[in-house]
Design a protein around this ligand. Structure first.
Ligand code: SAH
Length: 349
């Protein structure tokens, strides 16, 4: 069964209603006091009844919400149409607000060797309603838990899936969240494995909102990169370098940099030689930050770099003048950390 977008269902239900009415409905979906069609009191009773009877108010059905011991990470397993499950995560950030991590696909086709989602293969794309509804779900969750800080301040596309392999739906999601929430472009990050044709497309797409971009580099050595990210394009590194320079020339400024993510895998990409190659690569490009991600064990051949190697790697980058941050690992006790998003049953097959 394929997902029928909310707007199409609404249009079909009210073919003679003017466009502004549809916009009014879309806006109401994000209003904190609106928890069901019946709450949109600006609509007539008959319209509310018709909506309640035939359009799901939320496209996601919560299967289970896990809570970390520290109450700083929550993971929701949700069902989308077709009986497929995806995961979405709510994490407390240093601002004392929440960052939500959204999934853009059920599974992923990119098959990165160290990523649990990569082992599932691609099952289906998520429609923009289904991505946007992950935001709405956490918005409602926080309203229902008044003891938790109320504000969602950031959205990262770092859940299941490769966002740029679902370009149109991700673009629609970004535009909806920017229009309907109080989040600005610098509060949203799209993380990509580096789908070069789509990176090229977004450079010249007038409808692509220039939110922050993070590229999962993982190695500046072509051989190592291909080993851990098997879908890497030929000559990926020089092509990425060329793209990144053009991207930064157009959109880079004091507040707009590019991030390279780098998962630390013991003995694979964490040697002084790898640090040197990475520093050289980054410095050729310019306004780039490196985000080191301690590898979260997902039951494959890799292990996380030792603390000593992580420290040395970080120091080597800093000494070369590279801006580097280390990702805090959160939600490990509920398997909500980076790359751990996968259904258990699927992981065991
Ligand atoms: N497809 C997107 C989003 C993936 S998840 C991308 O490739 O960027 C966000 C980040 O978590 C990516 O950098 C991804 O490589 C990283 N990641 C995946 N599995 C991981 C794991 N087991 N441990 C740590 N980071 C992981």
């Amino acid at each position: 069964m394929t997902y029928v977008p909310r707007q199409d269902r609404i249009r079909e239900l009210f073919p003679n209603e003017p466009a502004f009415r549809l916009r009014q409905i879309e806006e109401a979906l994000f209003h904190p006091s609106v928890r069901g069609w019946n709450d949109i009191t600006s609509l007539s009773l008959s319209m509310r009844e018709a909506l309640t009877a035939s359009v799901p108010f939320q496209s996601l059905a919560v299967v289970k919400i896990f809570e970390s011991k520290k109450q700083d990470t929550f993971k929701a397993i949700v069902n989308v149409e077709g009986d497929k499950e995806v995961e979405t995560v709510l994490m407390k950030n240093p601002r004392g607000a929440w960052t939500i991590c959204v999934s853009s696909q059920v599974g992923c086709a990119m098959a990165c060797g160290f990523c649990a989602t990569g082992k599932m293969g691609l099952i289906r794309q998520l429609h923009s309603d289904e991505i946007v509804d992950q935001y709405r779900l956490w918005q409602h969750f926080l309203l229902d838990h008044p003891k938790l800080p109320p504000r969602i301040s950031n959205v990262v596309f770092m859940g299941m899936g490769e966002p740029l392999a679902n370009y149109e739906n991700v673009k629609a999601t970004l535009n909806t969240i920017l229009a309907q929430s109080d989040l600005g472009k610098t509060r949203i990050t799209v993380s990509t494995v580096g789908v070069l044709p789509r990176l090229e497309q977004l450079l010249n797409d007038p409808d692509w909102p220039h939110v922050r971009m993070a590229v999962s580099l993982h190695s500046a050595d072509p051989k190592t990169r291909k080993e851990i990210v098997p879908t890497s394009y030929d000559a990926f590194l020089p092509k990425l370098e060329d793209w990144a320079k053009r991207y930064l020339a157009r959109f880079g400024n004091r507040r707009h940099h590019l991030t390279f993510e780098y998962v630390m895998l013991s003995g694979v990409n964490d040697t002084p030689h790898h640090a040197k190659l990475l520093a050289e690569f980054v410095k050729r490009i310019g306004n780039v930050r490196v985000n080191l991600i301690p590898y979260n064990f997902t039951g494959c051949e890799f292990t996380c770099s030792t603390k000593k190697n992580l420290d040395m790697f970080e120091e080597a980058l800093e000494k070369s003048g590279v801006t580097v941050t280390r990702r805090r690992t959160m939600g490990e006790d509920i398997e909500a950390a980076c790359g751990q998003l996968v259904r258990k049953e699927e992981a065991n097959t």
